[in-house]
Design a protein around this ligand. Structure first.
Ligand code: C5P
Length: 400
């Protein structure tokens, strides 16, 4: 994404820091945010002050740091209201399991929790904790609650943790968080109130009880698109084929196996949908007669009859009142020509083309967006970055 400091400078952000080893990363975060021209006010919980000192943040941001709900020199003694009234966004990084629980419970037992409760601006949290705390059903339940309440959750990442264990729970790096904040300021609310359905991943077409036909799609692009749509404020349903990825937090996740399962899931949801983004690599064929038992090995030739699968995207774009439809095409040759033919055949306002050999399984891709006005090339970048560009482009076409 192009860095556009001017569009975020002069924005005001309240940086909340809670207790966790990752609090040290918040110092770099405060420095980078300030460097972007964002005015940063810092609020620290009592436990955060055990890990890092308020003076650090005061020096890095050039602004006072608040730690106490009962701050006596705040105007009207109403620090909780004043601080959250004067910011465009609250970012809590790191957000500990305890803070997440208090937030989900609507508690107002310290300054930061009170500010979050008394806000009228977007709230983003970057969780950081031990992997078992992250995996605990209580934490996951709290995160779902927060998500339903419109709180944006970014991260955590997987990797080595301060405790020496390896797993989910590492706070995203400061540079990644700054990128998220920049995007949130630029695209936040773009798709507010819109209902978006994304299909992602491959499908798996059974041959017998244990075998099947699938493809190399990882689901990374589809999951990035779903995440970017959530970040833009949309209500997102994700219909996903089998992948090895942790799915993004969306409003509704429907996990399917075959193309027919995917078709049924899409059919059940589509009447509610404003924008349909079909990223899934749906198998074109399925096995005519699936053997219920494992097929026994023999010396004889074996033929499997394949029959065409329904084209889900075509079904949706042919509806009497279709949603705004976006297709993806992974081609191995004549990329643009084949993709544009597909766009016309499926009657799509927008089709995203990429080279199969470059994109499949990779964390990066180069995309060509084909629409009625021609082509727009998005040079190679991470799939998350491309997804954010795509959401902006979809929004501009959708508005027309
Ligand atoms: O497979 P094909 O290149 O035609 O895929 C182009 C688009 O159509 C993709 O967006 C894909 O998700 C969608 N598609 C589908 N159902 C199929 C095949 C493809 O929705 N059976």
């Amino acid at each position: 994404m192009t860095t556009c400091a001017s569009s975020v400078s002069k924005k005001r952000l309240l940086l909340g820091i809670t207790g966790g080893v990752a609090a040290y990363k918040a110092a770099e975060l405060a420095r980078l945010l300030t460097q972007e021209g964002i005015e940063v006010r810092t609020v620290m919980t009592k436990s955060a002050c055990h890990f890092v000192g308020p003076v650090t943040f005061q020096s890095l941001t050039g602004n006072p740091v608040y730690t106490d709900l009962w701050e006596t020199n705040a105007v009207n003694n109403m620090a909780h209201i004043n601080l959250s009234r004067h910011v465009d966004m609250i970012l809590v990084a790191p957000a500990s399991a305890d803070f997440i629980a208090r937030l989900a419970g609507g508690m107002a037992d310290d300054l930061l929790a009170t500010l979050c409760l008394a806000r009228d601006c977007p709230l983003i949290i970057a969780p950081a904790m031990n992997r078992q705390m992250w995996e605990n059903p209580a934490t996951q339940r709290n995160l779902s609650l927060l998500q339903r309440d419109g709180v944006r959750i970014i991260g955590p990442a997987s990797g080595e943790q301060a405790c020496g264990e390896i797993g989910m729970g590492r706070m995203l790096e400061a540079s990644e968080l700054v990128e998220m904040v920049r995007t949130a300021f630029q695209t936040g609310g773009l798709l507010q109130g819109k209902k978006v359905l994304v299909t992602a991943g491959p499908t798996f077409e059974a041959i017998d009880a244990v075998r099947g036909i699938t493809n190399k799609s990882s689901g990374k692009m589809g999951y990035a698109v779903a995440r970017a749509a959530v970040d833009a404020g949309a209500t997102v349903t994700l219909v996903s084929g089998p992948t090895c990825l942790v799915p993004p937090i969306v409003d509704k996740l429907i996990q399917v196996v075959s193309a027919e399962d995917m078709l049924h899931a899409v059919q059940a949801e589509i009447s509610q949908i404003d924008i349909f983004i079909s990223v899934a690599a749906v198998a074109d064929y399925r096995v005519a007669r699936v053997c219920q038992q494992k097929i026994k090995k023999s010396d004889k030739k074996l033929s499997i009859e394949l029959i065409p699968n329904p084209d889900i995207l075509m079904m949706v774009s042919s509806l009497p009142e279709p949603p705004f439809c976006v297709g993806f095409a992974a081609e191995t040759e004549d990329l643009e020509k084949n993709a544009e033919l597909k766009r016309r055949k499926k009657n799509l306002p927008l089709l995203v083309a990429n080279l199969a050999q470059d994109a499949i399984g990779s964390d990066e891709s180069e995309l060509i967006l084909l629409d009625g006005a021609g082509k727009h090339v998005l040079p190679k970048a991470s799939k998350m970055e491309q997804a954010r560009h795509l959401i902006k482009h979809i929004n501009s076409l959708y508005q027309q």
